[in-house]
Design a protein. Structure first.
Length: 140
């Protein structure tokens, strides 16, 4: 019985992770989903948040931020395709705070020049980044 599965995490700009994992947990629009080797086939829409990987022979999980996308699970490979993905260690707290402030300011702007849905997505992504940054701080 397989104890690992191949995982590929790719953003629009580059490959973020490629390797074996014992488990993957990802944020879907319907809640978190846990994937282990030989999981049934799944195609799910990702939400903004943390993808956690349990890697072989490591006690700490690998954390990767995704801002939406698609999760595809095949019997021996899991693929995460995201417009934006970053290793959690590379997240910039100042930039996330600035993005959150910009989105909040745009929502407060009542002149009607904004695309409310776009601003809500930007705010959700900034908040998810900040939550992951805070979670990583607590782990240290």
């Amino acid at each position: 019985m397989a104890t690992t599965m191949q995982v590929e995490i790719v953003s629009a700009e580059k490959a973020i992770f490629s390797g074996e994992a014992e488990m993957l947990v990802a944020p879907t629009v319907d809640g978190e989903i846990g994937i282990m080797p030989r999981h049934t086939q799944v195609l799910a829409q990702l939400g903004a948040g943390e993808v956690r990987l349990k890697l072989p022979n490591q006690t700490e999980e690998e954390a990767i931020f995704v801002a939406g996308g698609i999760l595809e699970v095949q019997p021996h490979i899991v693929t995460v395709l995201s417009d934006t993905a970053e290793r959690a260690a590379d997240l910039d707290e100042a930039a996330a705070l600035e993005a959150k402030q910009r989105a909040e300011d745009a929502m407060a702007d009542q002149d009607g020049k904004m695309d409310l849905a776009k601003v809500q997505v930007e705010l959700a992504e900034a908040v998810a980044r900040l939550q992951l940054i805070e979670k990583l701080k607590q782990r240290r």
